[in-house]
Design a protein around this ligand. Structure first.
Ligand code: TRP
Length: 462
């Protein structure tokens, strides 16, 4: 086991897993999904899903990983259910696809950091020409992938855990200072209202519900075995339930705080006219540089640079988790050296990411050619839609597997290690109910609803 590596402490595991969870999904995606999904109604549904549907999936993933001490494919083999390793196969594929585009956006964030410290606030209006400047964005994407690869090559405790221990506390301090700052701006309160006072009529909207579930899975890094992998490095002494609760709270908390930071900034920019909020991927890349500019030269450079550095840090602790999954697979199953595995995997993933890299303006084809019910879209958006539904389906399969194939007693036995009172606790009853009934049923239904809505334009919720 020590040849694979281990987290050196409970807090190391929690910070690394929270680092995986907290990323572009929280700071870039969550606010614009809130804006697209109808404001506070989305936030409410998102919170409910995170705790009752996602948290049980997280506990299950970590338990499967820790029980087997294996990657997502090897884990199902080790439990003796080889056919079910299809979950791991799709999971690894899904992780590879996510990292392929995620790295591109992470590169933008890093590029924006450089633009900000050079005082180029015009970059917001020039977002389109920025993303189609192939030389620049390729360079940033390469730098980002290289950094990710370097950290993963240093191993679990020496690379991933160490990075998380430095970056996660830094991130919290940075984001809280930005919230405090954004609250001092004119019209901040309009932004907060938009964010926190729900329009109840939107609660049954298919885009709100589907979007909230997709976002919750993505943000918590669930459904593809990232947490099976991290769980496989966790000591038997640790309490899986309380650790998972901390990770969920951490992630949801940071997303929530990111919204508290973002909407006052947006409100400031729009002069309080929140009906003019534009969602979409451009929300932070287009809107924020303009906000930073109005702060004036030096202050704008500081706050703007700070923000995009924060975003790059958050992205980095997530990209390492995404790369670790396929790396752990080849290290376990093909006995490959970690460094070699890292080089091969990061190169493959970078290449798979090329269509996403050129599909934001540079290549006409990859920027528009893909037809979805909502209209033509770019390659990156399409892959994001596909991986989102794969994650939900993966989550469905993981809980179904644990409840009915591997069996609840075995799951409970693994959880009891590090949590001796588990078998007599109410938590066990609640968890069993979620894993056996609530999660499989609701996830299956919503999976169908989202697929019909997003790929066929058919709204099953009426
Ligand atoms: N959760 C990360 C974010 O919010 C992204 C991420 C990292 C991820 N690892 C994952 C998403 C595994 C799904 C699966 O930015």
């Amino acid at each position: 086991m020590s040849a694979r590596g281990n987290f050196s402490s409970r807090i190391g595991f929690i910070l690394a897993a929270a680092g995986s969870a907290v990323g572009l999904g929280n700071i870039w995606k969550f606010p614009f999904e809130v804006a697209d999904g109808g404001g506070a109604a989305f936030v409410l549904i998102y919170l409910i899903f995170a705790f009752i549907l996602c948290f049980p999936v997280m506990v299950t993933e970590v338990a499967i990983g820790r029980k087997t001490e294996k990657n997502p494919i090897g884990a199902f083999n080790a439990l003796g259910f080889k056919k079910w390793n299809i979950i791991g196969k799709f999971g690894i594929l899904c992780g590879v696809l996510i990292l392929s585009f995620y790295n591109v956006v992470a590169g933008w964030a890093f590029g924006y950091f450089l633009e900000m410290i050079m005082g180029n606030f015009g970059i917001g209006e020039a977002f389109g020409s920025f993303t189609s400047d192939i030389v620049k964005v390729s360079a940033y994407a390469i730098v980002f992938m290289f950094t990710t690869a370097y950290i993963v090559s240093k191993g679990v405790s020496g690379g991933i855990e160490k990075l998380a221990k430095i970056l996660m506390p830094t991130l919290i301090i940075m984001i809280l200072s930005l919230v405090a700052y954004s609250f001092t701006l004119p019209n901040a309160i309009e932004g907060v209202k938009y964010y926190l006072v729900p329009d109840l009529s939107k609660l049954t909207n298919v885009n709100t519900i589907g979007g909230a579930l997709r976002q919750a899975f993505f943000s918590l890094s669930l459904g593809m075995g990232a947490l099976i992998t991290y769980g496989s490095y966790l000591s038997k002494k640790e309490n899986i339930v309380s650790s998972s609760a901390m990770i969920t709270l951490f992630d949801v908390g940071i997303a929530f705080i990111a919204g508290l930071m973002m909407f006052p900034l947006v409100a400031y920019n729009l002069g309080g006219e929140m009906s003019n909020v534009q969602g979409g991927a451009g929300l932070i890349f287009v809107t924020l540089p303009g906000v930073f500019e109005t702060l004036g030269g030096t202050l704008g450079v500081i706050v703007g640079g700070f923000f995009f550095l924060l975003l790059s840090f958050a992205a980095l602790t997530s990209t390492v988790s995404l790369l670790e999954v396929p790396v752990s697979y080849v290290v376990d199953e093909y006995k490959m050296k970690r460094t070699k595995a890292v080089i091969i995997m990061s190169a493959i993933i970078f290449i798979i990411g090329l269509p996403s890299l050129v599909g934001n303006g540079y290549s006409e084809f990859f920027s528009n050619a893909f037809k979805l019910p909502g209209g033509s879209t770019d390659f990156m958006t399409l892959v994001g839609y596909i991986t989102d539904v794969l994650l939900m389906f993966g989550g469905f399969l993981i809980v179904t597997f644990a409840a009915y194939v591997w069996k609840k007693e075995n799951l409970a036995e693994e959880i009891s290690q590090g949590y001796p009172g588990f078998n007599d606790s109410i938590i066990k009853k609640l968890l069993n109910f979620c894993i056996s009934y609530l999660c499989p049923v609701v996830l299956a239904l919503l999976f169908v609803v989202v697929v019909f809505n997003n790929f066929f334009g058919i709204n099953l919720l009426g």
